[in-house]
Each structure stands twice: as structure tokens, then as C-alpha cells.
Write a protein that binds this ligand. Structure first.
Ligand SMILES: *[C@@H]1O[C@H](CO)[C@@H](O)[C@H](O)[C@H]1NC(C)=O
Ligand SMILES: *[C@@H]1O[C@H](CO)[C@@H](O)[C@H](O)[C@H]1NC(C)=O
Length: 316
């Protein structure tokens, strides 16, 4: 009897260890690298995009297969970290956008935060959005991933539709996301899943020519550094309450903060850059100039050293 209990206890313990390997709480992003060393690497995602420091680089248009437009059956599942949606359709492929080869759709998922001013993984000049959706594609030949990422901004009331004509608002996209949220909101226990018919093209919104591009990683353990990131300039706009059940039933927040850029360059496909009102965000230190300033500092140091030597030698 007691042996039986011990076995059960050990099983529960093992299960608990496996289940709480990483999360957004005690085992959150700040300690991920202790179990997953790659999470402490030099090509990590997300990042804060200092828009004034990006380089203009016209890239090819994306080519999405026609199945992106039609509705496909997705299984949305709460996997313990986020709601992830997959489909059996093998004809969802992505080319162009200066990606090498053909990338096949793997899944899409969301990141969110406790209120409408926080939740996105990528930041723009230090500013956060309410959420971020990631459409993950994979090139089976190179094992490289391409993630199409959309920042999700939310409005507190429906009045944003009529009041502000300049406010980007794509009805098709919002109603498609509403369809998703209506189902996803009910997935509150780990491994809960449900079926939804969705068009990826509608979820992704209209403007897919303007985006930022950089080389990064998965934003969750094991943080594999094999992702080509595309962050679209045009956010998806939703009503804020859509995220409420995620915030209250799943996690208060589910995002990783910006990681150091190190020696990477961020490109943009549109000519005019946005200057931030925050001066710090316009301060660009490139890898090259960093190298130079190190040499410069060394020179200054040796000048001081030489001066000190001269002064000392005149004294004595
Ligand atoms: C993108 O691809 C096109 C050709 O497909 C090429 O002309 C262009 O130089 C590429 N741009 C970059 C930044 O690699
Ligand atoms: C959910 O599914 C995974 C993989 O199938 C399994 O390891 C895990 O124990 C399941 N979690 C729960 C709470 O049933």
C-alpha cells in the first residue's frame, strides 16, 4: 500500500517537473536560459525595433498559396503556454519576401498581456501593443522557420470604428479574429481543443508590403536561432475584451520581453523611417561603430597614460 502511494507520489512529482519546465511566472523568461542555454544567445527574439536605426531594403513581395484565402479547418488547442492552431491542409505555402525556398504553414498562436498597453513581444521604439500573433512557417529542407508577425492593438469600445476615420480598421480581419476568439475563449484547461474554420488571409489583414525584417529565434524555449522574422508595420486592430478570458483564465501575461540585438541589423521595406519622439530610441550604435569607439577609447586611454607618465617624470 505505502509502496503504491510512493509510486504515485513520485509520478506526480515527475509530472509536475515536466509540466512546469518553463512558463511566464516563476520559471519565466528571465530564467529560461538556465535550462535552455540557447535562450541566452546573441540571435534572440523578440527585439525592440528602433525604427530610425533600421535600413531601407526593398524586398520581394510574399507569395501565399490560394488556400490562404479559402477557409480551412483548424484545431485550436491550449497547450499550456498559449492557444496554438494547426490544420491538416498541406497546401499552405509561403514564398518570396527574400526567403530562401518554400516554407509550409506549421501553426499560428498569440501572445498577450494584462492590459491594452502591454502584451506584444516585439516593441516599436520601446512601445508595446496589446498582443502579437505569430504565423509560423517552416522550410523542411533547411529547417529554417519564417514567422509572419502582426502586432495587435486593441480599442476599449466599439466607437473607435466611427469616431476616428484615420484609425486603421479592417472589418474582414476583425470579424475573422472574432470567430477565432469566440471559440478560443472556451479553451481554459490544458489540452482543451476545438475546431474552427478560418481564412489565414483574412486573419492577416490587408497591408503585407510594409514590414521589418531581421534574423532571430523562437520566443519560447528552446529559443532555437533559426527564425527569419517579418514584423508587419500595419497592426491588427481588435476590441480589447477579446483578450479578457486569456488574461483571466490562462495567464495574466504570455510574452517575452525584448532581447539584446547584438550585431544584427534590422531592415525595413518602406522608404520613410519613423523618428521616435523619445531621443534614446533614435540613438543607433551599429556593430561597426561600436568596434571603432572601442579603438578610440583605447587611444584615449593611452593618451592619458602617456600624459600621466610625462607629469610623473617631470615631478620626479
Ligand atoms: C531580394 O531578392 C531579390 C531577387 O529575388 C534581389 O534582387 C535583392 O537583392 C534581394 N534583397 C536582399 C536584401 O537580399
Ligand atoms: C497534455 O498533452 C500532453 C501531450 O500530449 C501531455 O504530455 C500532458 O500531460 C497533457 N496535459 C494534461 C493536463 O493532460
Amino acid at each position: 500500500m505505502s509502496v503504491h502511494f510512493k509510486t504515485i507520489f513520485i509520478l506526480i512529482l515527475i509530472n509536475k517537473c515536466l509540466a512546469s519546465d518553463w512558463d511566464y511566472l516563476e520559471h519565466g523568461p528571465d530564467v529560461w536560459s538556465e535550462h535552455y542555454p540557447t535562450c541566452g544567445g546573441e540571435r534572440q527574439s523578440p527585439i525592440n525595433i528602433k525604427t530610425a536605426c533600421t535600413i531601407y531594403q526593398p524586398l520581394d513581395q510574399f507569395i501565399l498559396t490560394p488556400d490562404h484565402v479559402t477557409e480551412n479547418n483548424f484545431i485550436a488547442k491550449y497547450n499550456g503556454h498559449t492557444i496554438s492552431s494547426e490544420t491538416n491542409n498541406k497546401n499552405l505555402a509561403l514564398q518570396g519576401g527574400n526567403l530562401t525556398g518554400t516554407f509550409y504553414f506549421d501553426s499560428f498562436h498569440l501572445h498577450w498581456g494584462p492590459n491594452h498597453n502591454v502584451g506584444s513581444e516585439h516593441q516599436m521604439n520601446g512601445l508595446k501593443s496589446a498582443g502579437e500573433s505569430h504565423f509560423v512557417y517552416r522550410n523542411a529542407l533547411t529547417n529554417e522557420r519564417a514567422v509572419l508577425s502582426f502586432l495587435m492593438e486593441t480599442r476599449l469600445t466599439k466607437s473607435f470604428r466611427s469616431n476616428n476615420k484615420n484609425d486603421f480598421y479592417d472589418t474582414k480581419s476583425e470579424s475573422e479574429w472574432k470567430k477565432f476568439f469566440d471559440v478560443a475563449q472556451k479553451l481554459t484547461h490544458e489540452n482543451d481543443s476545438a475546431s474552427i474554420d478560418l481564412s489565414l488571409n483574412s486573419l492577416m489583414g490587408n497591408n503585407r508590403n510594409e514590414y521589418w525584417r531581421y534574423a532571430g529565434s523562437l520566443t519560447t524555449p528552446p529559443c532555437t536561432e533559426n527564425v527569419i522574422w517579418t514584423i508587419f508595420k500595419e497592426p491588427i486592430v481588435l476590441l480589447d475584451y477579446e483578450f479578457n478570458s486569456f488574461r483571466h483564465e490562462l495567464f495574466f501575461e504570455s510574452f517575452r520581453g525584448p532581447q539584446p540585438l547584438y550585431y544584427r541589423q534590422v531592415y525595413r521595406t518602406f522608404r520613410d523611417e519613423i523618428q521616435s519622439k523619445i531621443p534614446d530610441e533614435n540613438c543607433c550604435i551599429s556593430a561597426k561603430s561600436m568596434g571603432k569607439s572601442m579603438i578610440f577609447n583605447n587611444k584615449i586611454n593611452s593618451i592619458y597614460f602617456f600624459a600621466a607618465f610625462l607629469i610623473l617624470s617631470t615631478i620626479f
